[in-house]
Write a protein that binds this ligand. Structure first.
Ligand code: ADP
Ligand code: ADP
Length: 229
């Protein structure tokens, strides 16, 4: 479902470039649950943003469901983003002015899902995540763990095939973090949603089926760490 071929990302620096990612080759199959780990600054967020179509590679090729992402029109890319991909953020990124219900409904409005189907999908997610009683509250009235449940419900609303999560439990207590990881495991195992998370926590990482480690923009175990440019 995901294939990166010799992907690099760099930013201009003076007369040269600073590479954030180099020579990344990574395949992720449908139904995998992958944890990306590595020290701060090693390129984890950048890699996740490329995978999630939030940023473009500077070099190399990215195939998402066999489609070369760099060749897609802006329209098609936006459509893929809205229909196939869910994003979960460390700081939740809920819309403060919208209620829990409205936050979860937003991706369905963008996707053009009709009124009655929207209602039933939001109701189903509220029920599944045990947040029916919170539906008319605003994000500021919820705990961090509850806000992240809303963030995940919103990411799932459009029924994506893959969820990308950037330190999803980074702001949570360990019991809340465990609940979120168990939810991810269930979504992965029962619903078949592919999950790719960035995490600093070995405990969180072990919920996944594979750990991918980054160091200084290189993927470890790929035989490239010793190469010099
Ligand atoms: P991680 O998520 O592993 O902490 P990031 O992917 O956030 O790493 O960042 C990797 C490196 O890329 C950092 O050194 C960061 O400063 C640099 N970086 C990220 N975005 C930009 C940018 N827009 N311009 C220049 N450098 C950037
Ligand atoms: P961090 O990894 O430091 O927690 P954030 O999660 O705050 O970073 O955001 C990472 C990046 O994603 C930011 O550059 C932000 O502009 C971008 N971003 C945040 N929300 C969205 C969104 N809904 N759609 C597209 N890009 C987003």
């Amino acid at each position: 479902m995901i294939q990166l071929r010799n992907v690099a990302k760099y930013y201009p620096a003076g007369f040269g470039r600073t590479y954030v990612l180099r020579n990344i080759n990574l395949d992720i199959a449908p139904g995998e649950f992958v944890s990306i780990m590595g020290p701060s600054g090693s390129g984890k967020s950048t890699l996740l943003h490329i995978l999630g179509l939030l940023e473009e590679p500077s070099e190399g090729e990215y195939l998402f469901e066999e489609q070369p992402v760099q060749k897609l029109s802006e329209k098609r890319r936006t459509e893929l983003h809205r229909t196939q991909i869910g994003f979960v953020f460390q700081a939740y990124h809920l819309i403060d002015e919208l209620t829990v219900y409205e936050n979860i409904e937003t991706p369905l409005l963008y996707k053009g899902v009709g009124g009655s189907e929207r209602k039933s999908r939001v109701a189903e997610l509220l029920d599944r995540f045990n947040i029916v009683a919170k539906k008319d509250l605003f994000p500021a009235q919820l705990s961090g763990g509850q806000q992240q449940l809303v963030g995940i419900a919103r990411a799932l609303a459009a029924q994506p095939s893959v969820i990308f999560a950037d330190e999803p439990t980074g702001n949570l207590h360990s019991d809340q973090a465990r609940d979120i990881m168990e939810l991810f495991r269930e979504l992965n195992q029962k619903d078949g949603v592919t999950i790719v998370q960035v995490t600093h926590s070995e405990t969180n990482a072990e919920y996944g089926s594979r750990i991918v480690r980054l160091k200084d923009g290189w993927l470890e175990n790929s035989g490239q760490l010793t190469t010099t440019l």
